[in-house]
Ligand binder design. Sequence first.
Ligand SMILES: C[S@@+](CC[C@H](N)C(=O)[O-])C[C@H]1O[C@@H](n2cnc3c(N)ncnc32)[C@H](O)[C@@H]1O
Length: 275
Amino acid sequence: MIKNLIKKTPLLGQFAAFVRYQDLKRKIRLVDKTEGAHPVDLAGIAIPPAELRYRVHGDLSQKAFLNVGRQVTNNIRKCIERVGCKWSSFHDILDFGCGSARVIRYFLAEDVEKKFTGVDINQELVDWCKANINGVNWKLTPTLPPTNLEDNSFDFIYGISVFTHLDRELQRLWLKELGRIIRPGGIILLTVHGTAYARHINLGESDRGKLRDNGFLYLSGVTGKWKLDGLPDFYQTAIQTTGQVRQEWSEHFDILGHFEGGINKLQDAVVLKAL
Ligand SMILES: C[S@@+](CC[C@H](N)C(=O)[O-])C[C@H]1O[C@@H](n2cnc3c(N)ncnc32)[C@H](O)[C@@H]1O
């Protein structure tokens, strides 16, 4: 009932967002204080401060950040194997939307001979990665394509929790750009919110209907100054069906696999091969 009231009263909604934001800031200060300066993971790779963990992952816990990163890395390898590809065949790898290196840190620790690039649109995240983690070509990229990455640069690209937040048109533009920078025959793994996620958030009847009818649903929450994750307003919540992915993404790529809940049991993993 309170949620509905807040939804219907914009000023009240703004005030509630302000209070949540202040509370989050207070918790972040507390967590940073208890963790001390320059924490590192088991491989000796720097762990970002609480705010930059929260930004990519919606949680302040250091342990959860590392555990989820490890889990996602294992899931990526598994999906690649399931479509009959060999991780060992990849050499030039791009983490599209690298955030604060939650995932790439595990590949880095285990695959010293590969060449890694990490890109993100968020200046603060990229600055932190550049200042704290070696062995990756970190780059800030624009919110709209094109990037200044060369044609045919990579044989494997993965994007975790990026397309899950882009509307249909932005997804289309970025698919085209990824198609430009991947090599012919190269592999791309992207996550999307599908039925596993819709169940998880208990999507209401009317929204389920819209998703069924359109194959795509874009849910917008708080925007503006009090948006908790510090990412742009266009970064909201996209949910899409396997049918929509099959129909629209196959214009750009061969779809080798669509694994529902394949990443952390929550996001679908779509594995694509460049035509
Ligand atoms: C939920 S976070 C996930 C970060 C990282 N992939 C991970 O799993 O830890 C999504 C990230 O994608 C970035 N992002 C959003 N749109 C992007 C785009 N078009 N190109 C590159 N990065 C983008 C955001 O800035 C944010 O850091």
